[in-house]
Design a protein around this ligand. Structure first.
Ligand code: ATP
Length: 368
C-alpha cells in the first residue's frame, strides 16, 4: 500500500507566484485525506504535483517510499479522477473503463474480468454497453471512478469529483466513495472546496489558504480546536460567530465590543490565566452557532447573556438558523425547529463560556 510523503514541496508558476509554499506532511497508507480551501488556495496544484501532471519547483515527493519527483504520471502507480470525468464519448462504458488497461497491453479476458468486477462494485453492470452521453451525471462519475479502480493503483487522487452533480446525487456519491474507501483500503487524496464534503469524508483534512497549509488534523479536532480564525470560520455551517473587542481581565473577564457594549464572560480561572497577557488588548471571540441558546429559567446563572434582534429566520426542517444583530455585532444561532421567531423580535440568548474560542486580533492565531 502506498503512503505519500511531501517534504517542503513548493510550486512557483512562471508568473513568480508561489501557488504552494513549502508543503510538508505525510499521508498514511490506506488513509483518506482531504485537501480543502477556498478557490485559488493551491489544492489542485498540490494534487497535480502528486499526480505528476505539474512539475515540482522544489522539495521532495515520495509515493510508497520511493522519490517520484522525476517520474512521469504513468509510472507513479496512481489513478486520478477528474472533475469533468474526462470520458471518451465515442467509447462504451466498458471500453472507457478498460482503456487504460488496454494501453498497458493487458489481455482482453483479464480486462473484461476487472471491468466487470468494478462495474458490479459500482452498480454499473446494466450500462456497460452504453455510451457516456446516455448516462446521468452520477453514472458518468461512477464510470470515471471505475476507470481509476480497474488500474488497482497504490493511490487514488480525486479532484473535486462531485462538483458537477446536483445536491442529492452529491450526497449519495459521497457515501459511495466513503464505502469504496473502506472496502478497498487504498490511499485516497480528495480535493474539494466544500467544507461539508471535507468534514464528512476525510479521516484527516489539510486546510489550505493562499498556498500555505493552515492545519492538518481530524475533522472534529479542526472543528473544536482551529489554530486560527481562518480555519475556525472556514469549517462549520453556518460559520462560527466572531466578536471583536477589547479584553478586560477584571472580575472573571469581559469583552468590550464598543463604548457601550460590554459582556461579562464568567471565565473559569484556567481560561483567565491563559488570557492575562491580553488585558486591555484587542481580541476576537469565537462562538459556534449551536452554542447560542435561548435563555430561560434552566440557563445556568453564570452563563453570559445578551439580547439580540432578529434579522433573518431560515427554517431548514430539522432546525432553524436565526441571524440577529446585537449592537454592532452579527450573531447566528441554530435553534430547535419549533422556535420560529419573527423578524424584529428580541431574543435573550445565553452561552456556556467554556464554549468560547479566543484569537489574537492581529495575528488571528488561536490563543492557547
Ligand atoms: P480552485 O478551487 O478554484 O480550483 P485551487 O485551490 O485548486 O482553486 P489552484 O488551481 O491550485 O487552486 O491554483 C492556485 C494558484 O495558482 C491560483 O492563484 C492560480 O491562479 C494559480 N495557478 C494555477 N495554475 C496556474 C498556471 N498554470 N499558471 C499560473 N498560475 C496558476
Amino acid at each position: 500500500m502506498g503512503g505519500v510523503k511531501l517534504e517542503n514541496v513548493r510550486k512557483v508558476y512562471p508568473n513568480g507566484r508561489a501557488a504552494v509554499a513549502g508543503a510538508s506532511f505525510e499521508v498514511q497508507p490506506g488513509e483518506l485525506i482531504v485537501f480543502v480551501g477556498p478557490s485559488g488556495c493551491g489544492k489542485t496544484t498540490l494534487l497535480r504535483m502528486i499526480a505528476g501532471l505539474e512539475e515540482i519547483s522544489s522539495g521532495t515527493l515520495s509515493i510508497a517510499g520511493r522519490v517520484v519527483n522525476d517520474l512521469p504520471p504513468k509510472d507513479r502507480d496512481i489513478a486520478m479522477v477528474f472533475q469533468n470525468y474526462a470520458l471518451y464519448p465515442h467509447m462504451s462504458v466498458a471500453e472507457n473503463m478498460g482503456f487504460g488497461l488496454r494501453l498497458r497491453g493487458l489481455a482482453r479476458s483479464a480486462i473484461e474480468t476487472k471491468v466487470s468486477d468494478a462495474a458490479t462494485m459500482l452498480g454499473l453492470d446494466h450500462v456497460l454497453k452504453m455510451k457516456p452521453g446516455q448516462l446521468s451525471g452520477g453514472q458518468q462519475q461512477r464510470v470515471a471512478v471505475g476507470r481509476a479502480l480497474v488500474r488497482e493503483p497504490k493511490v487514488f487522487l480525486l479532484d473535486e469529483p462531485l462538483s458537477n452533480l446536483d445536491a442529492k446525487m452529491r450526497l449519495s456519491m459521497r457515501v459511495e466513495i466513503a464505502r469504496l474507501h473502506r472496502r478497498l483500503g487504498t490511499t485516497m487524496i480528495y480535493v474539494t472546496h466544500d467544507q461539508i464534503e471535507a468534514m464528512t469524508l476525510g479521516q484527516r483534512i489539510v486546510v489550505l489558504k493562499d498556498g500555505v497549509i493552515q492545519q492538518i488534523d481530524t475533522p472534529m479536532r479542526l472543528y473544536r480546536e482551529p489554530v486560527n480564525l481562518f480555519v475556525a470560520e472556514f469549517l462549520g455551517s453556518p460559520a462560527m460567530n466572531t466578536l471583536r473587542g477589547i479584553y478586560r481581565a477584571a472580575a472573571s473577564g469581559s469583552i468590550e465590543l464598543s463604548a457601550d457594549t460590554r459582556i461579562a464572560l464568567g471565565l473559569a480561572p484556567a481560561t483567565q490565566a491563559r488570557l492575562t497577557a491580553y488585558d486591555g488588548r484587542k481580541m476576537v471571540l469565537g462562538l459556534r452557532p449551536e452554542q447560542l441558546r435561548l435563555a430561560d429559567a434552566a440557563t445556568p446563572r453564570d452563563w453570559p447573556r445578551c439580547t439580540a434582534q432578529v434579522d433573518v429566520v431560515e427554517p431548514v426542517g430539522s432546525e432553524v438558523f436565526v441571524e440577529m444583530r446585537w449592537g454592532a455585532c452579527a450573531l447566528t444561532a441554530r435553534l430547535a425547529p419549533d422556535c420560529l421567531p419573527a423578524v424584529g423580535d428580541h431574543l435573550e440568548l445565553g452561552f456556556d463560556p467554556a464554549a468560547l474560542h479566543f484569537f489574537d486580533a492581529e495575528s488571528e492565531a488561536r490563543i492557547d
